[in-house]
Design a protein around this ligand. Structure first.
Ligand code: ZN
Length: 474
């Protein structure tokens, strides 16, 4: 009798819970108290610009000052040297070999043209935070991130604002719009396209570093913002042997022309510095309880290794990225440890006390001694127009870059040769083993239901990629 009663009570309790669940849907977690999180990605910003000077004038004084309020990482590495795989790593918390977003524009044997994109089954950062009760919003300005490419996962469509390649002041306006409709706690992802090429900062920022050196007419043509992407693309195809010197569209820039290009890039950095700082101040004024993470998807080369642009090499100027974390409870420090920006996702969850939806890669950047003592990066080139097949591994002072196309691994002693000008081959077998182990592990941990996705691409998208220099002009 007593057992039957207990059974009845349990049954009623079970039915009650079932009815409650049916009425309420899946139980919602209680809204977290905060803090808010703002992740700012500055496209193509080299790590060395934050503390740089040109002609005695600081390039990014405001972000340099902001970094003093929290952590400035001096040795942070991106998982890739161009946008699509690099941003995929930031928002999945996985290496490129795991999320599999490798190519921007590619074609298979049957003539099917596609771009790799994020499998919607990856629990991306915005989805995880939305699931934990955060209101999510984004302002993105790089064509790779346009809606439909799966980077908008985790955002209400009205709060995923895409405007193509707009200047930093416009990003500020859109970020403010987003802020006005925000309630705490929120997660905002702001993607700035300055200083991505073409470099065309407003005149007042171009004037900050003084007059430009005199240049030739052919320099002027290559430097014209309307031609600049085509110039980079032309030089890249020449560099990779995909275009004969006789077919070159532009003459190479003179030394003065190169100096002008560097100066205009710095003007873009200065413009971004001012605009980003204003956005940060506006957010902090209304929501002081906010964690800011500022980084870049990749850097930019200025002839350190024979060319300009990004995506075609894995030298430091392309994969060493700025990284700044400022927020409540983050004590100020300069962190020289070797760390990876792929760890940003893990860091945010650890900071907020949330659990990882799947095991995330990289390390908690706010841990006492962050970093795993190693970092990895790769590029297969942004499109098949640029045959590039490179992997890199870094340790505390050593670095290996493996060219899979040429079957060659070059090793650099970053302590003795930070400019990576003296390649060695002596320890190649050990580095190759480390790279092979990294790739095997990256594939092994990818859940079987989350395979890389090939997104068919149309003429409009191809045009977008041509405009960004990720696809050559036909
Ligand atoms: Zn980029």
């Amino acid at each position: 009798m007593r057992n039957a009663l207990i059974l009845l009570v349990l049954l009623a309790l079970g039915l009650g819970l079932l009815a409650g669940a049916l009425l309420l849907g899946s139980p919602k977690p209680p809204a977290p108290a905060g803090p808010n999180v703002v992740m700012i990605v500055v496209d193509t910003l080299r790590a060395d610009r934050i503390l740089a000077e040109r002609n005695g004038v600081p390039v990014m004084p405001k972000l340099a000052a902001f970094a003093q309020e929290g952590r400035l990482f001096t040795n942070a590495i991106s998982a890739a040297s161009w946008t699509r795989p690099a941003v995929s790593s930031l928002i999945t918390g996985q290496y490129v070999g795991t999320h599999g977003v490798v190519y921007g524009v590619s074609e298979d044997d049957t003539g099917f043209i596609f771009a790799h994109t994020i499998n919607p089954r990856w629990p991306v950062l915005a989805e995880t935070l939305a699931g934990a009760g955060y209101q999510t919003g984004a302002v993105v300005t790089n064509g790779h991130l346009q809606p439909g490419a799966n980077f908008e996962q985790g955002y209400d469509s009205k709060r995923y604002i895409f405007e193509d390649d707009v200047p930093a002041d416009r990003v500020g306006v859109l970020a403010q719009q987003l802020l006005r409709s925000s309630s705490a706690p929120f997660f905002h992802y702001l993607h700035y396209m300055d200083p991505h090429a073409p470099y065309k900062a407003p005149q007042e920022y171009e004037d900050v570093f003084g007059p430009e050196p005199p240049i030739t007419d052919s320099d002027r043509e290559a430097l014209d913002p309307d031609n600049h992407i085509r110039y980079i693309s032309d030089q890249s195809l020449l560099r990779l042997g995909q275009r004969k010197p006789a077919d070159a569209e532009f003459a190479p820039l003179s030394e003065a022309g190169q100096a002008v290009l560097r100066q205009r890039y710095d003007a873009e950095c200065r413009f971004a510095d001012t605009q980003i700082s204003e956005t940060i101040e506006r957010i902090r004024k209304r929501f002081p309880d906010t964690l800011f993470i500022i980084t870049a998807d990749h850097g930019e080369e200025f002839w350190e290794h024979g060319g300009t642009g990004h995506g075609l090499t894995l030298f430091q100027e392309q994969i060493h990225v700025p990284l700044i974390i400022v927020g409540p409870g983050v004590t100020p420090a300069v962190v020289d440890n070797l760390v990876e920006s792929v760890g940003i996702y893990k860091t945010i969850l650890a900071y907020l006390g949330l659990s990882e939806p799947v095991p995330l890669q990289g390390s908690d950047l706010l841990a006492e001694s962050p970093g795993n003592g190693a970092a990895y990066s790769m590029t297969r080139g942004p499109s098949l127009d640029y045959p590039v097949d490179l992997d890199a591994a870094l340790e505390v002072s050593g670095k290996a870059i493996r060219d899979n196309g040429r079957g060659m691994t070059e090793i650099y002693d970053l302590a003795a040769d930070p400019a990576e000008q003296q390649p060695q081959t002596s320890d190649a077998a050990r580095w190759n083993q480390a790279l092979d182990a990294h790739h095997a592990e990256a594939e092994r941990i990818r859940p079987p239901q989350i395979q890389p996705v090939q997104m068919p691409i149309d003429e409009e998208f191809l045009d977008e990629m041509r405009k960004l220099g990720y696809k050559k002009e036909e």
